[in-house]
Design a protein. Structure first.
Length: 226
């Protein structure tokens, strides 16, 4: 009986050996790939947390420089953020914050550069929209109307589309293109239905052009503006 069991065990052992000889390398490589991927994923997660933590510290430095009104320090700390943590949310948030401070200190070129960087590289679409809207406003202030229109011609998220259309109307009106401005304001008025206060501002702009969005259709309004 014991001999029979020994033979059975030997047969099973031979089968295991044969299976491992045939598939052993494949199994080993699969395990290496799986465990390597898991280690890489953990390493990436750790790196992301580490980067975010360091970026948060440097963002605080930008914020302190802004609050102190130290323009040179704002520019230096933002440059550090862009160089070291340019792909993080904190860096682009710092860009928006720095642009506001730079604009307040009459450093319009630096403010536009900061906003352009955010508009082109922010990971969050809403943040990109905010940067493009503010950049277009600064370009309008500098009479760079074509550049402002280029910013506003890009797609915006639904939450920002009405604001972009309103600003587009302002740019077009500054260029003397009243018919196109009316069309943009009409579009803004329609898209800002959930923002009654802002919608009243757009309505006032249309009223100033002799139009009432509650009565005039876009086609009629455009015709009247000509």
């Amino acid at each position: 009986m014991a001999k029979a069991l020994d033979l059975e065990e030997q047969e099973q052992l031979d089968q295991i050996k044969h299976f491992w000889k045939k598939y052993g390398n494949l199994i080993s490589w699969v395990l290496i790939v799986v465990l390597g991927s898991y280690a890489a994923w953990n390493g990436y997660q750790y790196w992301q947390r580490d980067q975010a933590g360091k970026a948060a510290v440097l963002f605080d430095e930008v914020e302190r420089a802004v609050n102190a009104g130290d323009v040179a320090r704002v520019e230096r700390s933002l440059s550090d953020m862009k160089d070291k943590f340019g792909s993080t949310h904190y860096a682009h948030q710092a860009g928006l914050l720095a642009a506001k401070a730079l604009q307040a200190k009459d450093k319009a070129d630096a403010a536009r550069a900061a906003l352009k960087w955010v508009a082109e590289g922010a990971p969050d679409p809403a943040m990109k929209d905010i940067a493009r809207l503010r950049l277009a406003g600064l370009l309008l202030d500098a009479d760079q109307t074509d550049a402002a229109l280029a910013q506003l011609s890009q797609p915006f998220t639904p939450a920002m589309a009405g604001l972009a259309a309103d600003l587009r109307g302002d740019v077009l009106q500054s260029k003397g293109q009243k018919a196109d401005a009316v069309s943009a304001y009409q579009s803004a008025w329609q898209q800002l239905e959930e923002s009654p206060d802002y919608r009243r501002l757009v309505q006032a702009k249309l009223n100033a052009l002799g139009l009432d969005p509650l009565e005039a259709s876009p086609a009629t309004a455009t015709g009247n503006a000509k």
